[in-house]
Design a protein around this ligand. Structure first.
Ligand SMILES: Cc1cc2nc3c(=O)[nH]c(=O)nc-3n(C[C@H](O)[C@H](O)[C@H](O)COP(=O)(O)OP(=O)(O)OC[C@H]3O[C@@H](n4cnc5c(N)ncnc54)[C@H](O)[C@@H]3O)c2cc1C
Length: 382
């Protein structure tokens, strides 16, 4: 057993930290306050290879492993959770399924420019009637010669406002239930593909979250990912991997909030003593530190299992339950330690608190993670 990061992993962490502090940090408040999509930041992330960090070099990526991806996500999230999920949704939800399930043709045509960051991608699964229950997706895909005709509506799609490519789940054979779903790579400028309302949100305000409507969208047959009927499986496998990055996002926000609370508690004097000298504050800080470390260990372990080619699904769900729960626990305490200053925008505490909340919802809510974990542990006991 070895808890040491390798030289390579320490280097990627340093590179990501440097990028976060020098390039992302100056934009963090603007991204939040103006719901600004940081194109300059994304362009520099692309130069560092972050937009295709886990994709092999032959397909335009940086060819790094999941732990490197987690370290990058954690460092960027310490500074700006919006930027982290712009990259995360692009890499985990668009690049990854095309890499794992796409034909050579799809990889050359779409994955290479996506992984180089020349275009942004998104994944469109959720619909008004299908959230946690992905099996209820209604968007239809009807075969017409060498095309599929897609009709339906999607909601809450991250990166939709900027995406040139959307990976879309649709029903190609209604009679087969979940096995009748297929996944398509759709160019967002195809006639009939419309990006609708951009949601106003509590946090991660720089990451666009939009409705998409599909009206007779003609998608060439070669844009099918995997085989017809593989769509549900592709969606589930894509989320399994993506969850590790969301855990890293929650972890990064938590670490930033803890760091801020430690610093502030030493500086702020009340009753002629720094806050850090009061046992009530010390106990809060101690519990926060324990929770952050527990979240980190689970998140890194999930990445490590994935990198070893082992079954990582249970640990990805455990990390996705633990780290987001910790992020709420830690950010609310960090805010409390800042008193009134935690509530105003002079300090980033209120942003950490708001940004953290989404991590318990997207890519499977906390409740869905409990279902997955329970299924796994019950299966192995009985
Ligand atoms: C900012 C943001 C970005 C997103 N990005 C994307 C994206 O890029 N692509 C995409 O496809 N989707 C995206 N989503 C959608 C997201 O994945 C869903 O919102 C999420 O899966 C929950 O679905 P829902 O909102 O319909 O809630 P519901 O499924 O309606 O759930 C409502 C509540 O009921 C609970 N619940 C549901 N079923 C059960 C059950 N069986 N047992 C116990 N509790 C249950 C849930 O946990 C939740 O607390 C995004 C959402 C947001 C808010």
């Amino acid at each position: 057993m070895d808890f040491e990061l390798s030289e390579e992993h320490r280097m990627i962490r340093e590179t990501a930290r440097d990028f976060a502090e020098k390039v992302v940090a100056p934009y963090a408040a603007k991204i939040d306050e103006e719901e600004y999509f940081p194109k300059e930041v994304v362009a520099q992330a692309a130069e560092l290879g972050f937009m295709g960090i886990t994709i092999p070099e032959e397909y335009g990526g940086a060819g790094m492993d999941t732990l490197s991806y987690v370290l990058m996500g954690e460092e960027i999230s310490k500074v700006c959770a919006s930027t982290a999920i712009i990259i995360g949704a692009h890499v985990s939800l668009a690049c990854d399924p095309i890499y794992r399930f796409g034909s050579e043709y799809l990889k050359k045509k779409y994955l290479i420019p996506l992984a180089k960051g020349e275009m942004i991608g998104c994944l469109a699964v959720t619909e008004p009637g299908a959230g946690s229950d992905v099996g209820s997706v209604k968007t239809s895909a009807v075969k017409d010669g060498n095309f599929y005709i897609l009709n339906g509506s999607k909601i809450f799609i991250s990166n939709a406002a900027e995406a040139k490519v959307a990976v879309v789940l649709a029903v190609s054979d209604k009679s087969r239930g979940k096995r009748g779903m297929s996944m398509f790579v759709v160019e967002t400028d195809t006639p009939g593909f419309k990006v609708g309302k951009k949601e106003k949100k509590l946090g991660i305000k720089g990451s666009s979250t939009c409705e998409i409507s599909l009206e007779d969208v003609r998608v060439p047959r070669e844009n099918l990912l995997g085989n017809e009927g593989d769509g549900f499986k592709i969606a589930m496998m894509t989320f399994d991997g993506g969850r590790i990055l969301v855990a890293a996002q929650a972890l990064g926000i938590s670490q930033a909030a803890l760091d801020a609370a430690l610093k502030y508690s030493k500086e702020r004097v009340q009753f002629d003593a720094p806050l850090s000298s009061f046992q009530g504050i010390q106990w809060m800080l101690a519990e926060m530190a324990v929770e952050v470390e527990a979240a980190r260990l689970l998140t890194y372990k999930a990445a490590w299992l994935k990198d070893k080619g082992e079954d990582f699904v249970l640990h990805a769900s455990m990390a996705k339950l633990k780290a987001p729960t910790v992020s709420e626990f830690v950010t609310t305490r960090a805010l409390q330690i800042h008193g009134g200053y935690g509530y105003v925008k002079e300090f980033p505490l209120e942003r950490y608190y708001r940004d953290a909340r989404i991590t318990q919802i997207y890519e499977g809510t906390n409740e869905m993670q409990r279902l997955i974990i329970a299924r796994y542990i019950l299966k192995s006991v009985f």
